[in-house]
Design a protein around this ligand. Structure first.
Ligand code: OAD
Length: 247
């Protein structure tokens, strides 16, 4: 582990970005740690609009399995530490996740944006209405709004626009601390958030198992498992923010 301690400064607007690494200790596979395969599939075979057009059954089956897997996993210490921090911290806080699992939600995070969509939601391809969803989608699953088999996973695939970008950019442009956890920095726009936060004058820290693709853009680094490093870091950060406020 290499770590600089949190600065004794009362941060007032914190943005946290999380990626697949934060869910790894819950048993959810990351995207790039298995020889480029995600659950035995190449990403472009299951996570692009072209893949869905070419082979909708394969793509639906793939996401049905991911959705079903959520019943077998639960939030780990890193998800819980973020939810707890948000509750205790009295500044502005925004958690942006690239993850499509529901582990931050179940941990109790409130100000949370799923920029790459959510497994527990589906969308009508015709009306774009979004529904909460826990079951499989099959050939016979009809959409509530048009009574046709028009549902697709509410997931942002490669080539599609991530969600909530206006809100995310606004928060980044005014944050004074940006924390990135468990993301490899391969996928934009999320990988560029550190640059925007830096331009806003924010302090920046990367917490990851290993240096990410964009490590050089961060001022501070903590390398190790999120389930261990993040709770330790957030405890210190909360103390520093509270002490600085009381002073
Ligand atoms: P990646 O799989 O690219 O990266 C996960 C990162 O987490 C790696 O840098 C790992 O070293 C790190 N990691 C693994 N275990 C960890 C642990 N226990 N604690 C801390 N870090 C750990 O996943 P993302 O960066 O999230 O997009 O991928 C970004 C996007 O690419 C995903 O949202 C997805 C994917 O294609 C879409 O589906 C649109």
């Amino acid at each position: 582990m290499t770590a600089n301690s949190a600065r004794p400064y009362a941060y007032q607007r914190i943005v946290v970005l999380t990626g697949a690494g934060i869910s790894a200790e819950s048993g959810v596979n990351t995207f790039r740690d298995n020889g480029g395969l995600w659950e035995n599939h190449r990403i472009e075979d299951v996570a692009t609009p072209e893949a869905f057009e070419r082979n909708p059954e394969l793509v639906q089956r793939f996401y049905n399995l991911r959705r079903a897997q959520l019943t077998e996993v639960k939030p780990n210490a890193a998800h819980l530490a973020l939810a707890n921090f948000e509750q205790e911290y009295d500044g502005e806080f925004l958690l942006v996740t690239q993850n499509v699992d529901d582990l931050h939600d179940r941990a109790g995070s409130q100000k949370l944006l799923h920029m790459h969509g959510e497994l527990k939601k589906v969308r009508c391809v015709r009306t774009h209405r979004v529904y909460d969803w826990s079951d499989d989608i099959t050939d016979n699953t009809l959409c509530e709004c048009c009574q046709q088999p028009n549902l697709r996973p509410h997931i942002v695939w490669f080539g599609e626009m991530p969600l909530f970008m206006d809100e995310i950019y606004r928060a980044l442009q005014s944050c004074d601390l940006f924390i990135s956890v468990g993301t490899s920095g391969h996928v934009y726009p999320a990988a560029g958030f550190v640059e925007l936060a830096t331009q806003a004058g924010a302090d920046t820290i990367e917490i990851n198992l290993e240096p990410s693709q964009v490590k050089d853009a961060f001022q501070e680094h903590i390398y190790g498992k999120a389930g261990l490093m993040l709770p330790m870091y957030l405890t210190k950060l909360l103390q520093a923010c509270q002490a600085s406020k009381d002073a």
